[in-house]
Design a protein around this ligand. Structure first.
Ligand code: NAD
Ligand code: UD1
Length: 342
């Protein structure tokens, strides 16, 4: 006997950076949600704030997707209509040093999740993939049909999970969305939730914010000899709020009866260089970001940006936020929460 007969969404990793923003969009779209998160890279406080922002409540289960028992328990308690799957480890550098931890957490965790979903006859999933599956693209902008490859263990987990999801679609009842994120940045405009890296950040925007705050001394700009507008690396930065809106659209697309597997690039379709980002951040937030040019980072590509046409057309989704919004919202979150959620 189920405790809750009403349809719910299960959001794995919902306490994290992107997951917490997604909770807001799904709650506002009228869904009832259950979050499962082991808080290995997040804080439950993010979910308290989600409830404060939306004035709606959600259910939280502290648990690990590698734990089949807990998955079976919640699938027996709730009537899930779909799973939005964010849970995973995501630090590229760390994955090189701890590949087995990444394979275990990301791949085995997903296998357990799919197994319990299948047993419970829940066959709809929206998966957080990454532009990293395109490896070193030969052409730009990147289309969904481009060849895929992995350059590190983190990327390999995304490739393998995408392939597993493709294979399970031999059962025509599965409905699968692969969302390939480009560079998610920014934060909710309330300044209450945002990205809260546990260690020294690897990604550009959190690093820039912490330099501006004075927590880190200066930004290392990894190379200014790329064949780009000013020699620094170019990326497709997408506001996290635009990104999570595409998740609601992707679920609606699956709900409209579109079975099988579908991949979409989630990017703006325009690249900005590191120095353009730093300049925008300084100008809009009226704060200095000291930096120095250093050697290229191993594994970096010169330029990477999406062709988001497929998502624009099929999901009827467009990004709305500008680079300015990304810079201002990132800084508002950082200033309001200099020590993150702690
Ligand atoms: P995040 O670390 O903030 O969120 C991931 C969440 O999953 C965390 O709350 C963490 O505690 C949880 N988690 C990890 N392993 C778990 C497990 N075994 N069981 C239960 N919970 C677990 O990261 P994010 O930036 O919000 O990323 C979300 C997803 O999007 C990840 O799958 C990531 O690989 C993918 N992604 C992120 C980016 C990015 O730049 N942030 C880019 C492309 C793809
Ligand atoms: C990184 C990951 C990629 C992952 C993506 C989103 C690597 C090699 N790649 O990509 O697999 O999918 O994040 O999570 O880690 N930069 C600096 N100084 C810094 C940090 C970054 O100059 O301190 C530059 C980088 O060289 C790059 C740009 O800023 O040109 C963006 O970097 P980052 O935010 O790490 O994202 P990606 O390189 O796209």
């Amino acid at each position: 006997m189920r405790s809750y007969d009403k349809a719910h969404l299960l959001i794995t990793g919902g306490a994290g950076y992107i997951g917490s923003h997604a909770c807001i969009e799904f709650l506002n779209a009228g869904y009832d949600i259950v979050v499962i998160d082991n808080l290995c890279n997040s804080s439950q406080e993010s979910l308290n704030r989600v409830q404060k922002i939306t004035n709606k409540s959600l259910k939280f289960v502290y648990g690990d997707i590698c734990d089949v028992k807990i998955l079976k328990k919640i699938f027996s308690e709730y009537n899930f209509e779909a799973v939005i799957h964010f849970a995973g480890l995501k630090a590229v550098g760390q994955s090189v040093n701890k590949p087995i931890e990444y394979f275990n957490n990301n791949i085995i965790g997903t296998i357990h999740l799919l197994q319990v979903m299948q047993e419970s006859n829940v066959k709809k999933i929206v998966f957080s993939s990454s532009a990293t599956v395109y490896g070193k693209p030969e052409k730009l902008p990147i289309k969904e049909t481009f060849p895929r490859s992995a350059t590190n263990p983190y990327g390999r987990t995304k490739l393998i999970i995408e392939d597993m999801l493709k294979d399970i679609c031999v059962d025509k009842l599965w409905h699968v969305a692969l969302l390939r994120y480009f560079n998610p940045v920014g934060a909710h405009s309330s300044g209450l939730i945002g990205e809260d890296p546990r260690d020294i950040p690897n990604n550009l925007l959190p690093y820039v914010s912490q330099v501006a705050l004075g927590k880190l001394k200066r930004l290392s700009v990894y190379g200014n000899d790329y064949p780009t507008i000013d020699g620094t690396g170019v990326r497709d930065y997408i506001h996290v709020v635009d990104l999570v809106k595409a998740h609601v659209k992707a679920l609606e697309y699956l709900n409209a009866g579109n079975a099988g597997i579908h991949a979409w690039n989630l990017g703006v379709g325009k690249g900005y260089s590191v120095l353009q980002v730093v300049d925008a951040f300084e100008r809009l937030n009226k704060i200095k970001v000291p930096y120095e040019i250093t050697a290229r980072r191993k594994g970096d590509v010169a330029e990477c940006y999406a062709d988001p046409t497929k998502a624009n057309n099929e999901l009827i989704w467009q990004t709305e936020k500008t680079l300015e919004d990304m810079m201002v919202d990132s800084w508002r979150w950082q200033v309001n929460n200099p020590t993150g959620y702690s």
